[in-house]
Each structure stands twice: as structure tokens, then as C-alpha cells.
Ligand binder design. Structure first.
Ligand SMILES: *Cc1c(COP(=O)(O)O)cnc(C)c1O
Length: 469
């Protein structure tokens, strides 16, 4: 299995090569040269596998340069009961009206980002060891990604994490989750600015090529292909748990922001998994819903990006979307490069000529919800089904309801647990979300964080002092 760039300007690379890189050298994203195919017989042979073994089978199709036994050891370590607190790793929880939750948020930081990060926490040190090198992961977070990366990499050799977060702008729970980590290789840096400004500092340092090379800076952002590949696994798992025989179809509803989660569903469908519909759910930041309704992709400026009660979906542009467009335009890299040139010139591009294919060929449908919809949905699911869902999952449930079909299971991805967004639960139900077992004292644990001005020089000086070279 070799990888190419969506814009055509990258020599063929292996999985381990693209693992540690960000964008392809031509500004595009790495994508398999050919989508691996899974036959009905193969699918049936996976039915009884525990999650970690299924993960090794699916990831093995993408990471053919990693020894199968090593991959099995890594998925076994990544998807274990100690980290996920449930034997199933990803349980399926039935709601009413043909809907079920696919519970991908049972990991250490209570959001689905753990599904991919736990694997990166194995495969990064593995590849770095093989290449006899180290990596300093630099990132900015507004919540879920940074904490998932830190929990995955804590105490691992050959890797350190430098994570910028906006000082005073995360919930008490989110702060406690990140800052209570005492591991020597985890560096929490609270910068006095908003998330976008923290992100700008990261971009400035990552584009200072001599500094980046000297301090071996890397990233684990949402365009990382290994994250997508690890997410493909739970679509297979969901299908295997919701069906009893080959050929049966399942639909998925996915609360979406950067298009990383639902892209994994698209890949699973292209591999031959019998997925009927991929329901893309957004909040008020409905750039993607608008695309699937009109065929026009028009990212928004930061000033037009609303702060909502499903904050992990508050994005202005969808960084993984280019990989879907690559398939949509017949895997034509010249066309993709042209579209992204048009985007930077005009601020939008128009693929409405492909509108009839969105659902017919790719299964995509879309919808969005509002703050009031989230509150109503959280309340309705609690009252009717006795299940407490988080506001992001509520976006998925609300939009899924429009697309349920008789006889076709609709699996809604539960992208976070309600405890992470208790303020919204309080608003919907009048009571806060219960704190998960084992995390009762999280907010009273000692915290390790360095507060810095939000400027490049301060962060550069901190990394210079603390990075392993
Ligand atoms: C990251 C995140 C999302 C959005 O996922 P994408 O892969 O960016 O589309 C949705 N919900 C939660 C809770 C998240 O953390």
C-alpha cells in the first residue's frame, strides 16, 4: 500500500513515511493510491473478533509496511480495557426509533479523539524507535484533541508533547484533564490569547524550517492519515455489531467539524462496507451542510464562526474535506489543485455539477441543528430512552431522525460523554451531568501548566529550553 497526494506532487510513500509528516510537500493530503477492498467473506470472518484484533486487520490493509505481529501488539495495547473501561471498547447502545449510539467516547479523555490517538500513542514511538530518532509534538487545542494527544503520549519514550491552550478559556473539567498530567514528557502551555492566536503561534514555529528541523517538531493534527485509518475501524465494528449477515445495510450519523470522523466512514464505504447513508450533522457552523445541499464549498472567516454549545464542531474550514473531493472528482489531482487555487482566490468553489452523486454514489446526506435543537434533543432522549447524551451527539441524533429508514439500523456516533460538557446538560435538564467513576477528584488534583504570553518568541524560548533534541 503506497500513498499519493491529493494534488499529485508527492512521490509514492509508505504508511510509516507519511505518519510523521503533516501536509504533503505540494500542500495536498496523503491518500492511499488505491482504496483497499474488503469482500463479504472477509467481513464475515471478522465477525467474532474483539475490537483490537479487528483493528489490526483493518489497519493492516493501510499499514502494509508494519509487521503484522507488531501491529497486533500495538492495537492490543491501544484498545485495552484499562484505557476504555469496557470490554467492548466501542459498545452499541440502542435508543428508540431505529437509532443506536455507537459509543466511541469510552477512552481516557471521554471523546472520540481517543480512538485514533491511542493508536498514535503506540505507532509513533514504534516508528521513531525504528528510525532511531525522537519527536516533539507541537499543537494548539481548544479542548478534545490536545488532551487526547497528551493521554496517548504520556510517559512514552522518544516523544514529548508541547500543547498550547487558551489561558482561562477552557472548562474547569477540560483544564483539570490536561493540566493534572505530571509526566515529564507532557508540557502544558497556557497562552494569554484565544485559540486562533495560539494556533497562529504553532503555525509560525512549524513554518520556521531550521527551528522545526533542529527541534524535530511534529504534529498530530486532524489531517494525519493514521488517525483517519484508526477511525475506519469503528465503522466496521459498528456494522458487524448491528447486523447478523452479509449484505445488510447500516447508516451512520456523524457530528462533524473538520470532516475527519465522517471521512473515515466514507473510506469504509469505499472499501466495500455495506453503508447505506452517511448522515453529516453540523451545528450552526454549517459550511459542510451547505456544501452537501448546494454543491458550493464556502469556508468562513474566523469572525463568522460562531461559538456554540457543541464547541468541538465550531470550525470555519474542514481540513479533511479535500480527501473526499479527490474521490468526488474522479481522483484527479490536477482538478483538486485547481479547486484549491480557486478557493484561495475566490473564497469558494462550485461542485454543484456533482450534486446528484452525493447521495446516489457516496451515500452522503446532511443537516444541521441549533442550540435550541440540542437542548430539546438532550431532553427528549433522556425522557424517552433514559440515556444522557452530550451536545455534539445531540446534533447527530437530531439530524439522524430526519433520515431513519425502516429496517436499516441508524448508528449515531457518540463523539463525547456528557460530563465533558456539563454546563449544557445543566441548561437542558436543570442538573449537571454525573461525573464518570474514577474522575470524581479530577478537579482537585495538582496541576502542571506554564502560563506564557501568546507570542512566538516566548513559546520558542520555552521549547528551546525543554525539548529533547
Ligand atoms: C472533534 C470532535 C467533533 C468533530 O469531528 P471531526 O472529525 O472534526 O469532524 C465532534 N464532536 C466532538 C466531541 C469532537 O471532539
Amino acid at each position: 500500500m503506497k500513498y499519493v497526494s491529493t494534488r499529485g506532487g508527492m512521490a509514492l510513500q509508505g504508511f510509516s513515511d507519511i505518519l510523521l509528516e503533516g501536509l504533503a510537500p505540494d500542500g495536498g493530503l496523503a491518500i492511499p493510491q488505491e482504496c483497499p477492498q474488503v469482500s463479504a467473506a472477509m467481513l464475515e470472518s471478522w465477525r467474532a473478533l474483539p475490537y483490537h484484533a479487528l483493528a489490526a486487520e483493518v489497519l493492516g490493509l493501510f499499514a502494509s509496511d508494519i509487521e503484522r505481529a507488531d501491529l497486533q501488539a500495538m492495537t492490543r495495547a491501544a484498545y485495552c480495557k484499562e484505557a476504555f473501561k469496557t470490554e467492548a471498547i466501542v459498545p452499541l447502545k440502542p435508543l428508540g426509533n431505529g437509532l443506536s449510539l455507537l459509543c466511541v467516547s469510552e477512552g481516557p479523555t471521554l471523546a472520540f479523539k481517543d480512538m485514533a490517538m491511542q493508536f498514535l500513542g503506540q505507532v509513533f514511538p514504534y516508528v521513531l524507535r525504528k528510525r532511531n530518532t525522537t519527536l516533539n509534538i507541537l499543537g494548539a487545542t481548544s479542548g478534545d484533541t490536545g488532551s487526547a494527544a497528551e493521554y496517548a503520549m504520556r510517559g512514552k519514550d522518544a516523544v514529548a508533547v508541547f500543547m498550547l491552550s487558551p489561558h482561562g478559556r477552557m472548562s474547569a473539567f477540560q483544564r483539570a484533564q490536561m493540566y493534572s498530567l505530571q509526566d515529564a514528557n507532557i508540557h502544558n502551555i497556557a497562552v494569554k490569547g484565544v485559540f486562533d492566536e495560539a494556533q497562529d503561534v504553532v503555525k509560525a514555529l512549524a513554518s520556521d524550517l531550521p527551528f522545526k528541523a533542529r527541534y524535530r517538531l511534529g504534529a498530530v493534527n486532524s489531517i494525519n492519515w493514521a488517525r483517519i485509518a484508526a477511525q475506519v475501524v469503528y465503522y466496521f465494528h459498528g456494522w458487524l455489531r448491528a447486523t447478523t449477515g452479509s449484505g445488510q445495510e447500516v447508516s451512520f450519523s456523524v457530528p462533524s467539524g473538520n470532516f475527519g470522523n465522517i471521512l473515515a466512514g466514507h473510506i469504509a464505504r469505499m472499501m466495500g462496507l455495506p453503508i447505506r447513508r452517511l448522515v453529516l450533522a453540523t451545528n450552526e457552523n454549517n459550511v459542510l451542510e451547505e456544501f452537501f445541499r448546494t454543491g458550493i464549498y464556502r469556508p468562513r472567516a474566523a469572525a463568522q464562526t460562531y461559538a456554540t454549545s457543541s464547541p468541538s464542531m465550531d470550525i470555519s474550514r474542514a481540513s479533511n474535506f479535500e480527501r473526499f473531493v479527490f474521490d468526488l472528482v474522479g481522483r484527479d489531482p490536477v482538478r483538486v489543485a485547481g479547486l484549491w487555487r480557486e478557493l484561495s482566490g475566490n473564497g469558494h468553489f462550485d461542485l454543484s455539477a456533482y450534486l446528484p452523486e452525493f447521495e446516489r454514489k457516496y451515500g452522503f446526506v446532511a443537516g444541521y441543528s441549533t442550540h435550541q435543537d440540542r437542548l430539546n434533543t438532550i431532553r427528549a432522549v433522556q425522557e424517552k430512552d433514559g440515556v444522557l447524551i452530550d451536545p455534539h451527539t445531540a446534533d447527530g441524533v437530531k439530524v439522524a431522525a430526519q433520515y431513519v429508514e425502516p429496517g436499516i439500523p441508524m448508528l449515531v456516533l457518540e463523539t463525547a460523554l456528557p460530563a465533558k460538557f456539563s454546563e449544557v446538560i445543566q441548561q437542558a435538564l436543570g442538573v449537571p451531568a454525573p461525573v464518570p467513576v474514577g474522575l470524581e477528584n479530577l478537579e482537585s488534583l495538582p496541576q502542571k501548566v506554564t502560563v506564557l504570553p501568546c507570542d512566538v518568541a516566548s513559546v520558542r524560548a520555552y521549547i528551546t529550553e525543554h525539548a529533547s533534541v
